[in-house]
Ligand binder design. Structure first.
Ligand code: NAP
Ligand code: G4F
Length: 329
């Protein structure tokens, strides 16, 4: 029997790397879409997952996606590519819409054309987001909670989410959406708050920095570990029927809790003396609090998180300490 084949957009991102590793370990032949004429993250992909086959392509370019599908002939497509930084989405709202919203439609359309008269033959995963809940209308948030996005990113994700459902209902595609709450790891981009905090705390611990500048310390998020969350993506595509699932831990913490725990890992209790709040890092509209109810994923997929917030934060701080020390050698 031939190996199952998967195509991942967003292969250079946090989730793309974890998913590629996980699928390779499961015996998949893994392909990834990489954009740009000289993507600086290509080397990282080639180093961490050398068995992945890379195809040039961009979510805004239909023909490049058709070519990637033709050349990889996947059984499963994971659409993780996006402009994913919420703060940046206000500064570049049109570009965010082109990539994070319309890019989903372009990918779905490429897949529909590629699949010909058998629309369900390739299974599709869309990376939806808890940012879609925005100004939350119910707590905890579940699959049926009314969506009220608060940023151009959130609005774009709502478009992609509904377009995925629409292609499933219109064409019978095996298209599923994972409504994933925040998930982090040592591979998280440095623009996101968990990594910004872990890296700054590591630098302060090593005497390389003396302050951490943040925005809103009162916002609350439901943070899990990225390695656990990519497993949920795969489980969704193994189901006979496509569907939508919330993936979350069910526990929320404030940014303040995150900062306290990160400093505690390096033995600093009087953390407020290192932290400065700056309006620059506040957003035009904030998502104050998110906490998810993953009961459906637990029941149908048998999924549950394995890494707690109390394990995740020290893991990230320690990884940054090791990385900074390695830089000295
Ligand atoms: P990430 O680290 O920011 O990665 C985003 C990926 O999208 C990168 O590989 C990036 O490639 C790619 N990309 C950007 N523009 C593209 C374009 N025009 N065409 C093709 N690819 C493009 O994000 P992540 O944390 O891994 O998240 C993966 C997905 O899940 C994203 O869709 C994100 O919105 C969604 N999501 C994330 C979370 C979370 O907490 N991490 C939660 C819910 C949903 P380059 O390297 O070329 O820039
Ligand atoms: O880490 P963040 O930038 O993540 P955010 O906005 O929750 O978005 C992430 O999770 C979403 C899932 O819910 C994904 F869809 C999305 O792609 C991305 O991965 O900010 C978290 C919170 C916000 O409330 C923000 O206002 O942290 C607050 N915050 C406070 N100071 C800060 C800062 N965020 C950042 N990035 N930088 C700060 O200095």
């Amino acid at each position: 029997m031939s190996r199952p084949r998967a195509l991942i957009t967003g292969i250079t991102g946090q989730d793309g790397l974890y998913l590629a590793e996980s699928l390779i370990a499961k015996g998949y032949d893994v392909h990834g879409v990489i954009r740009g004429q000289n993507n600086p993250r290509r080397e990282l992909v080639e180093e961490l997952v050398p068995d992945v086959h890379l195809h040039n392509g961009d979510l805004t370019d239909l023909s490049s996606l058709l070519r990637a599908l033709r050349d990889s002939e996947p059984d499963e497509v994971y659409n993780l590519g996006a402009i994913s930084f919420v703060a940046y989405s206000w500064e570049n709202a049109a570009l965010t819409t082109d990539v994070t919203a319309k890019g989903v439609l372009t990918m779905l359309e490429a897949l529909r054309l590629h699949s010909g008269d058998d629309p369900g033959r390739v299974r599709f995963y869309q990376a939806s987001s808890s940012e879609m809940f925005g100004k939350v209308q119910e707590t905890p948030q579940r699959e049926s909670t009314l969506l009220w996005p608060r940023s151009p990113y959130g609005v774009s994700k709502v478009f992609g989410h509904h377009m995925t459902i629409n292609y499933r209902e219109s064409y019978g595609m095996h298209a599923s959406s994972g409504i994933l709450f925040n998930h982090e790891s040592p591979r998280r981009g440095e623009e996101f708050v968990t990594r910004k905090v872990s890296k700054a705390v590591a630098a302060i611990h090593l005497g390389l920095a003396d302050e951490l500048v943040l925005g809103n310390l009162d916002a609350r998020r439901d943070w899990g570990f990225a390695g656990d969350y990519v497993e949920a993506m795969w489980l969704m595509l193994q189901q006979d029927e496509p569907d939508d699932y919330v993936i979350a831990t069910g526990i929320s913490h404030s940014i303040r809790d995150l900062v306290r725990l990160a400093f505690a890992h390096v033995g600093i209790e009087d953390w407020p003396r290192y932290v400065r709040e700056d309006e620059r890092f506040r957003r035009p509209a904030e998502v104050d609090t998110l906490v998810g109810d993953a009961a459906k994923a637990r029941r149908v997929l048998g999924w549950q998180p394995t890494v707690s917030f109390e394990e995740l934060v020290p893991m990230m701080v320690q990884a940054d300490i090791e990385a900074l020390k390695a830089g000295w050698r």
